[in-house]
Ligand binder design. Structure first.
Ligand code: DGL
Length: 272
């Protein structure tokens, strides 16, 4: 994609999600690209996106991207699988050449295809599974790959309530993953930015035979490549990160610790 404006290295990276799950991606950017400034937007007024229609998700994303572009983001990371599935193409078409878009679907698809599996499973929100985006992109690149996809809508709210690595999460995970469609899978794709927090529970359920993959590290690789190729990696000092939400509650702020490994101060920005 050619950019119409020439960005510079010191501009921030915009990161957004339906809420705070995308902080797993922001945290990985902070760790792997420590010179980059992050402007995060969590659309807590509308979460969960996983239960919304495609049109609603696209509308929300357009407004959030406009907000991030007004803050001069050289790159915008759609740190939500539901939003990446519903709105990535719309955003690229709507804001041609204005920024570099990164979604969380394509890097994971590329990573899976590289591994040459024969059968994989995917778990995600209803919106992501219904969009068929993972299934379609995987089959386009590897037509013989068998893909079993299951919507697991209880998982994101369960994680936000702090239920992981305990008996409740184990029972919920077991009841989803014992679905016979997953028999014989070699890898399970965690296609939701909340799910890295239950990675251990899921790995424990399957044991050694199944690889558990999430998009975080693949997405960081994509971000690095895209910035490096355009000579846009920041090599100087950065400003402090900023974290905005469209609806503020104390509980959202407390939950940031789960996803970012530290308590963050959230600023309320009433975009709606
Ligand atoms: N983080 C979102 C995703 O990756 C899931 C939460 C939601 O449904 O809004 O799809």
């Amino acid at each position: 994609m050619n950019l119409t404006k020439t960005p510079h290295k010191k501009q921030p990276i915009g990161v957004f999600d339906s809420g705070i799950g995308g902080l797993t991606v922001a945290n990985a950017i902070n760790r792997h690209l420590p010179n980059e400034e992050i402007i995060y937007f969590g659309d807590t007024a509308h979460l969960p996106y996983g239960d919304k229609s495609v049109d609603a998700i696209r509308y929300y994303c357009l407004k959030i991207v406009k907000f991030l572009l007004e803050r001069d983001c050289k790159m915008i990371v759609i740190a939500c699988n539901s939003a990446s599935s519903a709105a990535y193409n719309t955003l690229v078409d709507f804001f041609p050449g204005e920024t570099i878009f990164v979604n969380v679907v394509d890097p994971l698809v590329a990573g899976v295809v590289d591994k040459g599996y024969q059968k994989v499973g995917i778990i995600a929100t209803k919106a992501t599974i219904r969009s068929n985006v993972y299934q379609r992109k995987l089959r386009e690149q590897q037509p013989e790959l068998q893909v079993a996809a299951l919507a697991t809508p209880l998982l994101a709210p369960m994680i936000e309530e702090g239920y992981f690595d305990n008996r409740v999460s184990q029972v919920v995970i077991e009841s989803y993953l014992s679905n016979e469609a997953f028999e014989g899978i070699e890898a399970l794709l965690l296609a939701c930015t909340h799910y890295p927090l239950i990675r251990m529970d899921i790995a424990a359920f399957f044991g050694k035979g199944v690889e558990v993959l999430d998009s975080t590290l693949f997405t960081i690789g994509d971000i690095k490549n895209k910035l490096r190729n355009r000579d846009l990696l920041n090599d100087g000092k950065k400003n402090a990160h900023q974290f905005y939400v469209s609806d503020y509650t104390q509980s959202f702020e407390e939950t940031t610790r789960l996803f970012y490994n530290e308590h963050l101060q959230l600023d309320h920005y009433p975009i709606w």
